[in-house]
Write a new protein. Structure first.
Length: 78
């Protein structure tokens, strides 16, 4: 039972991180659409503070969630 809770918590945090990353990327693309239409690449455009915050926090959550999920799968039954 404990193993299942660890896996489900990890999956939840992983999905939460993903839900924070995707809107930040979409907002960045929408805000810089004019610059990208003139030939600028996705990463050569300017990033706003709220976009960076969403990316950083979402990435941290996604990494922690993936690590917790893998820990739950690799943990041996005692």
């Amino acid at each position: 039972m404990k193993r299942t809770i660890i896996i489900l918590a990890g999956v939840f945090v992983l999905l939460l991180g993903t839900m924070m990353i995707l809107p930040a990327l979409g907002k960045h693309k929408q805000r810089n659409q004019a610059a990208m239409s003139t030939g600028a690449t996705f990463f050569n455009t300017k990033w706003a503070g709220d976009e960076i915050y969403g990316l950083e926090l979402g990435t941290a959550f996604a990494i922690c969630g993936a690590g917790t999920t893998l820990y739950g799968f690799k943990r041996r039954k005692a």
